[in-house]
Design a protein around this ligand. Structure first.
Ligand SMILES: [Fe+2]
Length: 505
C-alpha cells in the first residue's frame, strides 16, 4: 500500500470524551489520506468491479455548545475506487461554509439538533429548523459524474470530485438553486433519464417543494406541495412517471414549536399521507393516499404495476419508543436511533390510482433499514434489497441482509462482535446480465483489530461472506449513507493512468 497524509485537522474534542457517538466505533478522524494499491487481507479484488464506492460520515471536530447529537458531525467522505483489479482510498472533510468558519474559530458556532437554537454563537445558518450548521454530512449521490453531499435538515449541495473527495464548490444549477430553502438529503437520480428529483421542507408554508433537475443540470420543474404544517420528511421515491412525497405523522409538537422548542412527536391519531405526482406535474395533479400511521426514514424503491403505484420502504412499528429504563443514560437518550427500538421493517404500500385505495403489507419480519438496490432498476420493478441489521440499542450496523422480494428468502451475514459496517451499495459487475449480477461494497469499523476494512461481497451470495477484504490506512468512524458510481459514468476514469492521477492528486 502506498500511503500519504494529505491533511490534518485540529480537533478540540476533550481527551476524556465519554460521548458514545464520539468515541469507540464513532471516534472521529482528523487525518485525510491518500492510499493507492490497498493491501488485500483476504480474497481477491474482482477485475470486473469498476467504479467508486462513496460514503459520507458524521465526523465532528469540536465539542457541541451543550449537547452533541450524532447527526451534527461534520461531513467526511470516504472513497474506495476499483479498477483493473486494484483499489485506492481517499477521505476528505466536506469544505462547508460551516466547517471553514468553525475551523477558524476552533469551536462550534451553531446549535445542534439536540440543542435550543438560542445557544448558537452565530445569528445565521441553514436548515428547515433554521440557524443550524449545514454539515453536508448525511448522504452522498452522484449526478452527471459529480458527487453531491447533502444535509438532512436541508442545505446546500456540495460538489465533490468522486475520485478524490475534494470539494469543488456548491451546486448552483446554473443560478437556479433554491438557496433560501436548500435541498433535503436523498435527492434521487434516474439513470434512465439523467434527471435528479429532489424535495425541500421548512417551517414556512407551503412546507414542502418538489423539483426536477435535468441531464443538463437545469432546474426544469419546482412546485409547491402544500402540507397542513411543518413536517420532517427524510426521503422520497419515484417511478417511471411519478414522484412520491410524504406527510407522515412524526413532526414537531406545535405547542412547543410556538415557544421556540423543536420537540418531535409521533401523532398516533393521524394517518400517514403519500403524495403521488406526475414527475412534471402541478399542484392540481397531486393524488393523496392515506395509510397506517408510521414514520419512514428510508424508502428503497417504487414502480408502477398496472393502475398501482407500488412503494417499498421501512415501516416503523414504534416511531417514538418510550424510555423503558433499559441501558445506560446514553442508550436511553439515543433510543430513537436504534433500529430495534423503532421496529423498522421492510414494507410495501400499493396506491391504486384508479380507485384511490391503499393496500399495505409487511415484506419481512426481520428488523432492517438502510436498504440499497441495483440502481439501474430504480423506479422499475425489481427483486432484491440489500439492507442493514442494527446492533440492538445502538446506531450501529452489525450485519447485512439480502431480501429476495419474489420468494421472501433472506440471506444474512453478520459482521461479528465488535465490527460495524456502513450502508452497503450494490455495484453491477462490468458486463452484468441480471439485477443480482454484481458486488456489494461496505466499509467496516473493526474494534477488535482497531482497523477499518473495505468488504466486497458477491451480491447473489451474501451469506458466504466477503470475496475480498482490503485494509484502509486507519480505523474510520462508523457512518451510514453511501453510493456506487460505475467507472463508465465518471469523467476521466479511463483517460488517466490511474483514477487517482486524474486530478493530479
Ligand atoms: Fe437518510
Amino acid at each position: 500500500m502506498d500511503i500519504e497524509v494529505l491533511g490534518r485537522y485540529l480537533s478540540t474534542l476533550p481527551a476524556d470524551d465519554d460521548h458514545p457517538y464520539r468515541t469507540g466505533p464513532w471516534r472521529p478522524q482528523t487525518t485525510e489520506w491518500r492510499a493507492d494499491d490497498l493491501d488485500v487481507v483476504s480474497g481477491e479484488i474482482p477485475t470486473d468491479l469498476d467504479g467508486v464506492y462513496l460514503r459520507n460520515t458524521e465526523n465532528p471536530l469540536h465539542p457541541s455548545i451543550k449537547h452533541y447529537h450524532p447527526f451534527d458531525g461534520d461531513g467526511m467522505v470516504h472513497v474506495v475506487g476499483f479498477r483493473d483489479g486494484k483499489a485506492f482510498y481517499r477521505n476528505r472533510f466536506v469544505r462547508t461554509d460551516g466547517l471553514v468558519a468553525e475551523t477558524e474559530a476552533q469551536q462550534s458556532l451553531w446549535a445542534g439538533i439536540a440543542e435550543m437554537p438560542y445557544v448558537a454563537k452565530r445569528e445565521d445558518g441553514w436548515g428547515a429548523r433554521r440557524l443550524m450548521k449545514d454539515a453536508s454530512s448525511t448522504d452522498v449521490i452522484v449526478h452527471r459524474g459529480v458527487a453531491l453531499t447533502t444535509f438532512y435538515q436541508c442545505g446546500d449541495l456540495y460538489r465533490l470530485d468522486p475520485y478524490s473527495a475534494m470539494t469543488l464548490g456548491k451546486e448552483s444549477w446554473n443560478g437556479a438553486f433554491p438557496a433560501r430553502w436548500g435541498v433535503s438529503a436523498h435527492p434521487k437520480v434516474d439513470d434512465a433519464t439523467g434527471e435528479m428529483l429532489f424535495f425541500n421542507y421548512a417551517k414556512d408554508a407551503p412546507y414542502l417543494h418538489y423539483g426536477v433537475v435535468d441531464e443538463n443540470n437545469d432546474l426544469v420543474h419546482y412546485v409547491d406541495i402544500p402540507l397542513p404544517g411543518p413536517r420532517l420528511p427524510h426521503d422520497m421515491a419515484f417511478t417511471e412517471n411519478y414522484a412520491i412525497l410524504n406527510d407522515l405523522p412524526l413532526f414537531w409538537d406545535a405547542t412547543a414549536l410556538a415557544q421556540g422548542a423543536h420537540v418531535t412527536r409521533f401523532h398516533r391519531d393521524l394517518p400517514s399521507r403519500f403524495a403521488v405526482i406526475p414527475r412534471r406535474g402541478q399542484l392540481e395533479d397531486i393524488r393523496w393516499f392515506e395509510a397506517d400511521p408510521t414514520y419512514v426514514l428510508h424508502f428503497v424503491n417504487a414502480f408502477e404495476d398496472g393502475d398501482d403505484v407500488v412503494l417499498d420502504g421501512f415501516f416503523q412499528g414504534d416511531p417514538e419508543p418510550p424510555d423503558n429504563g433499559m441501558g445506560d443514560k446514553w442508550q436511553r437518550a439515543f433510543r430513537f436511533l436504534a433500529l430495534d427500538r423503532m421496529q423498522a421493517r421492510l414494507h410495501r404500500w400499493r396506491f391504486d390510482l384508479r380507485t384511490g385505495h391503499v393496500k399495505e403489507e409487511p415484506l419481512s419480519e426481520r428488523i432492517t433499514e438502510f436498504g440499497m438496490m441495483n440502481a439501474t432498476q430504480t423506479g422499475r420493478d425489481y427483486r432484491y434489497v440489500y439492507a442493514a441489521t442494527g446492533k440492538p440499542g445502538w446506531f450501529l450496523f452489525d450485519g447485512l441482509v439480502r431480501h429476495d422480494l419474489h420468494t421472501g428468502a433472506e440471506d444474512h451475514f453478520s459482521f461479528g462482535e465488535g465490527v460495524y459496517g456502513s450502508e452497503t451499495a450494490m455495484a453491477p459487475r462490468v458486463g452484468s446480465t441480471g439485477e443480482d449480477d454484481g458486488y456489494l461494497v461496505t466499509l467496516t469499523t473493526d474494534m477488535n483489530d482497531d482497523a477499518s476494512y473495505c468488504l466486497v461481497f458477491d451480491a447473489a451470495r451474501v451469506g458466504d461472506g466477503p470475496v475480498c477484504k482490503l485494509r484502509l490506512p486507519e480505523r474510520i468512524s462508523s457512518g451510514t449513507h453511501s453510493t456506487w458510481a460505475d467507472g463508465a459514468e465518471l469523467r476521466r476514469w479511463h483517460t488517466a493512468d490511474s483514477p487517482a492521477d486524474a486530478l493530479g492528486l
